[in-house]
Design a binder for this molecule. Sequence first.
Ligand SMILES: Cc1cc2nc3c(=O)[nH]c(=O)nc-3n(C[C@H](O)[C@H](O)[C@H](O)COP(=O)(O)O)c2cc1C
Length: 384
Amino acid sequence: MNPKKLQTPYEVMQSMLDPLDEAYQSHENKKDGTIQFHFSCHGEICSCYLKANAGHLTLHTGETENPTVTLRCHFFHWLDLSSKKLNPVWGMLTGKLKFKGDLSFFKTIPDVDYTVMAAEKFDPPTPFEKNPSKHWTVPKSVVIVNASPRAKNGYTDLFVSRFADGLKEAGAQVEQVYLSQLNVKTCVGCWQCWMQEKGCVFDKTDDFLTLYEKVNQADLIVYAFPLYVDGMPSILKNYFDRSVRRVYPYICTDSCKMRHPRRIVRKQQAMSVLSICGFPERLQFKALDAHFKAISHNFHIPLVSAVYRTGAMFLFNNPFFYKQQSQILEHTQTAGRELALYGKIKKRTLRKIQQKLSSHSEFAKMSDYFWENKIKNQINIRDY
Ligand SMILES: Cc1cc2nc3c(=O)[nH]c(=O)nc-3n(C[C@H](O)[C@H](O)[C@H](O)COP(=O)(O)O)c2cc1C
């Protein structure tokens, strides 16, 4: 049986008691008495009472006889009241809070703000996030995360090397990291990185922290990788899973889709995608593109460009495409230069990189021949 269960309002109240009792010790208006609560929550009623006696506060379940004051309300309205988000008079007038008895007794209980500090909660989209090219300056440092499991043997590397050349032409300092060559353990979902600063359980035993710090310093991060099963290779997905420490656990509701506020605040960091795939249609990248837009939103890092090259293996294994190969790589270099200079790639350059190579039936014929030939002759295609 799964031992996990939701906290009851009583358990939440218990977790609030320690800071309340601590504040009570130095509180001037101490007075003995009892507050009886009747909380409604998810269709249930939870009754408990807070007893002030001999300089201490204690919490009890159930009902007490002759409480000094009784409060009947929704549990969340009590949370709002105790953190001063709900004015008690307004709460009474709107019917959210129903008091009975000596209301002034609440003054003998200190206010403790249980809400997260506003500065940490408030992180709306910055002008740079909304319109990166308008506020763009040529990035001084660029980190390319090459997430092709084949690293330097992959076609990804051919494309991204030229993209890097373009970035360098515009004056950026570029460092390429091969993710598959690093020891990055799989995120185990323990939340330790959210419980304390730099607190991942694997920090001392793998390479992630060094990579994480390098990436955090960069003005621009380029993610380069082949499409795997309509998405990113698992090593890159794991890299993003391990990166959730970039944000606080708290929730900000100040954008179209809820997200967490940033723990790492770099006002002008941008990211870019360069991905290649085997099939010839653009449609192959639909799911990945949506995923990257969501990641960009979650981490508050604008996605300034996305280069998707289909039929990559076909392009390099077909002698008739010799000219297109060099043209496409040339345009990939131009794209890197444009991105560094303007914070975006010109549509014309993207069209040249993403140009159609052949009809789909021709592609299918060539591809089938390629595989049939390799399978029949048992040719090792690891290095293709
Ligand atoms: C496990 C695996 C899954 C793949 N899934 C897709 C896919 O869903 N769609 C696609 O068009 N190509 C797919 N491909 C093809 C690769 O994206 C393509 O061969 C790419 O050029 C490989 O890049 P690399 O040379 O850097 O390894 C897949 C390849 C592998 C090995």
